[in-house]
Design a protein around this ligand. Structure first.
Ligand SMILES: Nc1ncnc2c1ncn2[C@@H]1O[C@H](COP(=O)(O)OP(=O)(O)OP(=O)(O)O)[C@@H](O)[C@H]1O
Length: 355
């Protein structure tokens, strides 16, 4: 089931939680909505589910106007972070619930419900636990039951709101791999909310990044990481540093001195150059793009991290070095950038460039 979200707006009082968000999700795709707290992820998910009515815009399931349908008719499966299973019901009955409460015309026979529930228990790897109560399960097992319950109704769309948010890091990692496998097997169109970028990049076919109610970028994990479209995405995904520069007629300057970056396709005025630690290399002082001084050097497991001060404002550029690199604090170095991006200091993005 294709999902089309067109210019969806939602305000709470005069606070814009969604600022005209448009997003097309293809049938069978797993899309992560990623953003910091308060960016509008849950509001968008709830609007898709029908739990929130947008002020304007369209949501289409296939070619059907989902906004014209109440929640019960949208046929979505929903899993929340704290999905309270029915505590007085055994696992089996929890999973069967959505099928049993259907109107008589659409309710499967009890034998078919049983077959379906056992099949799902197998899928979520909880075979044999059907007679337990939720209190007799671990947090991870409970979320698996919640997922089985959401899948039981054969939803057109599966919506997951931080489903593993309350679990510890190790269980969380295992469950997200498992969820990806289940998705490959079942192929449901799935929208997944998370504020954990590692989770989004590992799980999703495409990642949609929200910030203050705006959709900043939608793309594959590779595109999001390698070609961030806005300064926010650059800073939010992965590690990066930025350097305040000026641009005049396509030429970048730092403290009034030209930077040998080639032509920078950014408007005249103050700008920022963004670069990732692994895209910076040390060259001899006087060579490369800029001169810096190593302010701090730390060993971080598999690599060494150097913080290099650059320019009159002593902006810090983070650099990743192999552990055997022999530099010392206080040393002067030249910096070369393999890949970087320049955005105007305020407002809209201009262009990403690669050296
Ligand atoms: N019912 C509501 N009434 C008023 N403001 C709300 C309501 N629901 C959400 N908001 C506000 O809308 C903005 C977006 O909230 P939303 O829950 O969608 O963000 P989120 O990205 O899911 O955040 P989190 O990761 O913290 O769950 C927030 O600033 C929030 O305070």
């Amino acid at each position: 089931m294709d999902l089309k979200i067109r210019d969806v707006r939602k305000e709470y009082g005069s606070f814009p939680a969604l600022n005209g968000v448009s997003l097309d999700i293809r049938s069978g795709e797993l899309v992560a909505l990623l953003g910091p707290s308060g960016s509008g992820k849950t509001t968008l998910l709830r609007a898709i589910a029908g739990l929130e009515i947008p002020d304007s815009g369209q949501i289409l399931f296939g070619d059907e106007d989902a906004l014209a349908k109440p929640v019960q008719e949208r046929n979505v499966g929903f899993v929340f972070q704290h999905y309270a299973l029915f505590r007085h019901m055994k696992v089996f009955d929890n999973i069967a619930f959505g099928l049993r409460v259907r109107g008589r015309a659409r309710r499967p026979a009890e034998a078919d419900i049983r077959r379906k529930v056992l099949e799902l228990l197998d899928l979520v790897q909880l075979k044999g636990l059907e007679n337990r109560y939720p209190a007799q399960l671990s947090g991870g097992q409970r979320q698996r039951v919640a997922l089985a319950r959401a899948l039981a109704i054969e939803p057109q769309v599966l919506l997951l709101d931080e489903p593993f948010g309350a679990l510890d890091a190790q269980v969380r990692k295992e469950l997200r791999r498992w969820l990806r496998e289940i998705h490959n097997e079942t192929g449901h169109t799935t929208v997944f909310v998370t504020h954990d970028q590692e989770e989004a990049l590992e799980l999703a076919d495409r990642v949609a990044i929200l910030h203050k109610g705006d959709l900043q970028q939608v793309g594959t994990p590779d595109a999001i990481y390698d070609e961030p479209a806005t300064p926010f995405v650059y800073a939010f995904i992965g590690d990066s540093s930025s350097l305040p520069i000026d641009v005049r007629s396509g030429e970048a300057t730092l403290d009034g001195r030209a930077l040998p970056l080639g032509r920078v396709d950014a408007p005249d005025g103050p700008a920022r150059l963004h670069v990732r630690p692994q895209d910076v290399t040390f060259v001899a002082p006087g060579e490369g793009v800029a001169l810096g001084r190593i302010a701090a050097l730390r060993r971080l497991g598999a690599f060494r991290r150097a913080d290099v001060e650059v320019g009159a404002r002593r902006s810090r550029i983070e650099v990743r070095l192999p552990p055997e690199a022999s530099f010392s604090e206080g040393e002067e170095v030249g910096l070369a950038f393999e890949r970087f991006a320049v955005f105007p200091a305020e407002g809209a993005p201009s262009v990403a460039c690669a050296a």
